[in-house]
Design a protein around this ligand. Structure first.
Ligand code: HC0
Ligand code: SF4
Length: 580
């Protein structure tokens, strides 16, 4: 180990540890912006983490960025001398020099790392702001999902790092020189035409309002306020366990009842559960998988994650025939809300608007896909709000989630869900839910133990062999999350080096519990995702019914409306195709 002092406190460090890291372990705060411990991102570009060091044997004081300077034996570090504080303050002032000065109207207001930093260093004025130069910067609003506003970029490059090294999509680059050096899409493309797959992982790590989702809270309110319309809301499996934090509840709190109450309070007419549709998806995808296995077609990839679909379409179009044709739960629910529900409610489908709340930015892309529109051009899903937008919407309505009395679903057709539907929100969940049902279909009896722990975990790719019984015997399955690992697996499938029957893919690391539309939480990615996942598994454990095929409302749906899984009608309504 290495011994040094920071602000007079004796500290021990690992060899090659940075000063910043060592200080943090010893509970000494150094402000920084570009660095992000979770992704090992220390470019030293913001230069706010300046500290002063006196090295044994050296006369002169030295100022360094602590995020990329290693500790030294006998080093004396000061993080808050007048000179250090003045330098840190100047750096933040320079960061503000070409950053829009309209914090009050920015979606990150109150939740912005640059605002926080200005407070930490005690910034009181902003002498260098160049309005003309700042306002001339690019704002890319071409994508249905994401907005890239370079007038708010601080060049931390976290987005570039996440896209390149974690997702391995590598859609983002730094371009230009000097003060014009900014983030752009590779080859100068606009977002919508680029290789970006809208996963939103870059948004999660952006410290400012430079990257964000297209805000559709107004459109949602327009529908909700229109007395002529019947508004239907659905919310995703992960939303109920990844939302309470925004209102000061502990990470992983199950706020399902609060979300239902909030939806009613803002005036939504019908509150439905995406979990119900997840159960329907298992019926469709499960039977589809068995048919494919019988025909010797393998592997089958899951199709519920829209960023994964974008990835396959843009980067590996040759594997599209391997994707399940079953629509995602979001689209299954929306389709049924405009076909099945009108029969039950007696409301014409033209008068129904479906709003979905998703921990996902790519769901916005999914909603506008031409193949996910009904005959006559009506969209299945009308508006997708990310979890972040939903929080914003509630604030706009003066609602604090904590103050609400939890409520329950009351729709008798599309709100019941099983433990299988609930676990969709975490990596491995779709696979586990599918196996529970496929096993029962093949063997005519339930699995003895529905908790398939061999499918659970957080490794990027997990593989397992599951005995399905009957003519199928052992089937080989794989679950991946995060597109870096997914790419490697897809390459192996294409080259014939991987032999799987069924592969689940979730584009976001952790699955939807830490999706790109979640609250910005990257500072503590793993603990949050673990807490949320645990709650999801607890929901499963406490459901009376834990297999999709035993969901009574699903049974009614097939009896009254769809006939059978993969029937002609089910195919027409609940399956889709992909475009190269
Ligand atoms: Fe997911 Fe979904 S599980 S993608 O991760 O399959 O967003 O939570 O809603 O559609 O159900 C996200 C979460 C969903 C869908 C479901 C799937
Ligand atoms: Fe890269 Fe995903 Fe961001 Fe697109 S949304 S730029 S793919 S990280």
């Amino acid at each position: 180990t290495v011994s040094l002092t920071i602000n007079g406190k004796a500290c021990t460090a690992f060899p090659n540890e940075t000063i910043l890291h060592c200080a943090r372990r010893h509970d000494i705060y150094i402000p920084t912006l570009c660095e992000l411990d979770d992704i090992d991102h220390t470019p030293g570009t913001c230069r706010v983490c300046i500290v002063e060091i006196v090295q044994a044997g050296r006369e002169m004081e030295q100022f360094v960025t602590s995020c990329n300077t290693p500790v030294g034996e006998g080093m004396v570090v000061q993080t808050r001398t007048p000179k250090v504080r003045a330098m840190q303050k100047l750096q933040v002032e320079l960061l503000m020099a070409d950053h829009l000065q309209d914090c009050a109207t920015c979606t990150r207001h109150g939740d912005c790392e640059l605002q926080d930093l200005a407070q930490f260093v005690g910034l009181k004025e902003n002498r260098f702001f160049d309005r003309q130069r700042t306002e001339a910067r690019e704002v890319d609003e071409s994508s249905p999902a994401l907005i890239r506003d370079m007038r708010r970029c601080v060049r931390c490059q976290r987005c570039v790092a996440v896209c390149r090294y974690f997702q391995e999509v590598d859609a983002l680059v730094m371009s230009g020189t000097g003060v014009n050096r900014l983030v752009s899409l590779r080859h100068g493309f606009e977002q919508v035409n680029s290789t970006c797959i809208s996963c939103g992982q870059c948004v999660l790590v952006c410290p400012t309002g430079a990257l964000g989702e297209r805000d559709e809270t107004d459109r949602a309110l327009d529908y909700i306020c229109d007395p002529e319309l019947t508004t239907v809301i659905q919310f995703a499996p992960a939303v109920r366990v990844a939302f309470g934090e925004e209102f000061g509840m502990p990470p992983g709190t199950n706020v399902q009842g609060h979300v239902i109450a909030a939806c009613r309070k803002i005036g939504v007419d019908v509150v439905l559960d995406t979990n119900f549709a997840a159960d329907v998806v298992i019926m469709e995808e499960g039977i589809e998988l068995l048919e494919r296995l019988k025909a010797g077609r393998k592997p089958t990839f899951t199709s519920c994650c829209p960023a994964w679909i974008n990835f396959a379409e843009i980067h590996y179009p040759d594997i599209l025939p391997l994707l399940s044709s079953t629509k995602s739960p979001q689209q299954v629910l929306s389709t049924l809300a405009k076909t099945y529900l009108p029969e039950k409610l007696g409301v014409p489908r033209e008068k129904i608007r479906v709003i979905s709340i998703m921990p996902c930015t790519a769901k916005k892309d999914e909603a506008v896909r031409p193949q996910l529109h009904m005959d006559g051009g009506l969209p299945e899903t009308d508006v997708v709000l990310t979890t972040r937008e939903f929080a914003r919407l509630l604030r706009r309505e003066g609602i604090d989630l904590k103050d609400l009395e939890p409520s329950e679903f009351d729709n008798p057709y599309m709100s019941e869900f099983t433990g299988a539907g609930a676990i969709f929100g975490t990596t491995g969940g779709v696979m586990e839910a599918a196996v529970r049902t496929i096993y029962a279909v093949v063997n005519g009896k339930e699995l003895e133990d529905v908790e398939l722990t061999q499918l659970r975990g957080f490794e990027g790719v997990r593989t397992a062999t599951v005995n399905l019984g009957g003519p199928f015997g052992d089937v080989k399955v794989a679950m991946c999350h995060g597109l870096g690992d997914t790419r490697a697996l897809v390459e192996k499938v294409r080259s014939g080096d991987a032999d799987f029957d069924f592969i689940e893919v979730m584009a976001c690391p952790g699955g939807c519990v830490d999706g790109g539309g979640s609250l910005r939480s990257k500072k503590a990615y793993l603990p949050l995702a673990m807490a949320r996942r645990e709650t999801i598994y607890n929901v499963d454990r406490t459901r009376k019914v834990r297999q999709s095929h035993n969901n009574e409302q699903v049974k009614t749906l097939y009896r009254d409306f769809l006939d059978a899984p993969n029937s002609e009608k089910a195919h027409k309504l609940l399956h889709t195709h992909y475009s190269e």
